[in-house]
Ligand binder design. Structure first.
Ligand code: PLP
Length: 354
């Protein structure tokens, strides 16, 4: 039986996607050739990347609005520097809500002046700062929509006249919002899309061409836009699997549908964390993430017992990140509600026998 996979990433993907992806590794398109042994310039693969790019825009409601989707390499971490390389002329504003924002800030500092508009470092990033001002003379504002490690999520986004850039690696395609508020969105594939190896970048073309520096081709968004995301050999397997996941999501009913499922899953788990006296939530209640729930045991002496119980219940990937400790249940799009129920059952059983 497949495990209840709460891993934070790489993480669970829909079973039918895994099946189709693995079949394509043996025989793609019934052509007696593997997906990973055909040319990326062949029509069947060009069709795949075009479909993945258009599905991404369609699901985000960004078709015909001046946006293009790219599938790049280097992980979301590469975007920390690529964003700054392409967009930071003099000064940029960053909201610091966790390790990933911190890393984005570190890279951007190599390219210009940084204004950290607010930070939740004072409480180990367990909340989202709400009051801050974004200077109007910055080249852009950068934020992280979901903090995978600490289990916090931005529930609203500031109004600003400057371009808004968002790292949505761990909650893209999971909830409805007005994505046209953002001028550039990036997300590593390995949470809600596919295997590690590609990063989706959705970019409003008119924000480019404003920096004075020379940009190396492999780090230049415009080069990839001009080449329809095929400046060099793309990570074909990661792009194909992402396309399958986006198709799966569209067939289910898109973000509107999956958001409801995600709300049910997180409501089920958070209500147990709050009800069960053996557990405590880590993140501020109003900022809790629907994707990554962080919690601890009220009594650390129960840890060995609890760990044994969830592992025996076929649950995987529940240990918290080393910087937070405790537990983290990641409930990405592909995790079924019954997996969350399986975890809640274990939590209730621990209470019963303790
Ligand atoms: N940003 C966020 C919000 C993440 O959760 C992660 C990884 O978990 C990253 C960036 C880094 O992604 P990558 O490993 O693809 O560079």
């Amino acid at each position: 039986m497949k495990k209840h996979n709460f891993s934070a990433g790489p993480c669970i993907l829909p079973e039918e996607v895994l099946k189709k992806a693995s079949e394509a590794v043996i025989d793609f398109n019934n052509d007696n050739l593997s997906l990973i042994e055909i040319s990326h310039r062949s029509q069947p693969f060009v069709d795949v990347i075009e479909k993945a790019r258009s599905l991404a825009l369609e699901l985000l409601g960004l078709e015909n609005k001046g946006y293009k989707a790219l599938f790049l390499q280097g992980g979301a971490s590469m975007q920390f520097l690529m964003v700054a390389y392409n967009l930071l002329n003099k000064k940029a504003a960053y909201l610091n809500t966790g390790t990933w924002s911190d890393k984005a800030i570190k890279e951007a500092k190599l390219f210009g002046e940084l204004v950290e508009v607010a930070s939740s470092k004072d409480k180990n990033f367990s909340y989202i700062p709400k009051t801050y001002e974004i200077p109007t003379d910055v080249d852009y504002f950068h934020c992280t929509s979901n903090n995978t490690i600490y289990g916090t999520q931005m529930k609203s986004f500031p109004e600003t006249s400057v371009p808004m850039i968002c790292d949505m690696s761990s909650d893209i395609f999971s909830r409805q919002m007005d994505f046209s508020k953002f001028d550039l969105i990036y997300a590593g594939a390995q949470k809600n899309m596919g295997p590690a190896g590609t990063t989706l970048v959705v970019i409003k073309e008119d924000i480019l061409g404003k920096v004075e520096r020379q940009i190396p081709s492999m780090l230049n968004y415009q080069v990839f836009l001009d080449k329809e995301s095929m400046f060099n050999t793309p990570p074909v397997f990661a792009v194909y699997t992402s396309m399958l996941t986006l198709e799966w999501l569209k067939d289910l009913g898109g973000i509107e549908f999956i958001e409801k499922v995600n709300e049910k899953k997180s409501a089920l788990l958070y209500s147990e964390i709050d009800r069960n006296p053996l557990f405590k939530g880590v993140a501020a209640i109003e900022d809790r993430s629907n994707m990554n729930a962080t919690f601890t045991l009220a009594d650390k002496n129960l840890q060995t017992k609890f760990d044994k119980m969830w592992q025996e219940a076929n649950i995987n990937g529940l240990s918290g990140h080393r910087s937070v400790g405790g537990y983290r249940a990641s409930m990405y799009n592909a995790l079924p509600l019954y997996s969350v129920q399986a975890l809640v059952d274990v939590m209730q059983e621990l209470e019963r026998i303790s």
